[in-house]
Design a protein. Structure first.
Length: 249
């Protein structure tokens, strides 16, 4: 099912939201907790909704969470999203299962899929459009990422294993190092098969690009933005709350 003309390929967003967000605490998984007045995932959903190239938005949730009333609230505020019970024990299984549901729903094999972390609510339509236009121009997949600015230190393994305060053993050159962000944009069938293979091989896959890299492909690195950071710890939550509240003014 190859169109031959890459401009005909449509773009779709996929947000895996089956995680528990345990490091942050709270009753609900972190992606559904209220941040700057709305569930955290809603900020990203609204950015995709405001991006004209995005044809459809899919959210993969844990099967046991599908009846949660907060999903109904989100669906009412951001219309036209597909919530599917495709959550698995790991992120890559949730993404693979959701991609399978999209294939089953008849989305063309070579349409573009933008996988995005619900815990990155600082994403903007401008960043989404920057990724789409760069990837479409080259017709090969790519991700948002930022070049590392900080000096990197490698800790002495013995001090870490012993449970002591770690000691710096050496400095890692950072010239060619980038910090991966999301969205990560690849062809639907290409990404599904890459994840399927990585899961079968029990490979250490931490994002979509690492599964694609295992196939020998080399995803583009499109420069993202500092505001698109991942909310993991309570301090991140406070910083994002400030950022989103000031953006809304």
């Amino acid at each position: 099912m190859h169109s031959g003309i890459h401009s005909n390929k449509k773009c779709h967003a996929l947000l895996p939201t089956a995680g528990t967000g345990s490091r942050l605490g709270g009753e609900l998984p972190k992606q559904f907790q209220l941040l700057a007045g709305k569930p955290m995932v809603s900020h990203a959903l609204e950015a995709f909704k405001a991006s004209p190239q995005i044809q459809s938005i899919w959210i993969g949730v844990s099967p046991g969470f599908i009846e949660n009333p907060i999903l109904q609230t989100i669906a009412e505020t951001v219309s036209g999203i597909h919530v599917v019970p495709t959550g698995g024990p790991t992120r890559q299984e949730t993404v693979r299962n959701t991609l399978a549901a999209m294939l089953k729903a008849g989305i063309p094999h070579d349409d573009w899929i933008l996988v995005h972390d619900a815990a990155r609510p600082g994403i903007t339509p401008a960043l989404i459009n920057k990724l789409i236009s760069s990837v479409q121009a080259s017709n090969s997949g790519g991700i948002l990422a930022v070049p590392l600015a900080d000096t990197l230190k490698q800790a002495d393994l013995d001090s870490v294993v012993a449970g002591n305060i770690p000691r710096s053993e050496k400095t890692i050159p950072r010239e060619h190092l980038w910090q991966a962000q999301t969205p990560q944009m690849f062809g639907l069938k290409q990404l599904h098969d890459a994840l399927e293979s990585a899961i079968r091989l029990e490979a250490d896959v931490t994002d979509e690009a690492s599964a694609i890299e295992l196939t020998g492909a080399r995803p583009l690195l499109i420069e993202g933005a500092a505001r698109n950071f991942k909310v993991t710890h309570p301090a991140d939550w406070d910083l994002m709350q400030l950022l989103l509240s000031s953006s809304a003014k």
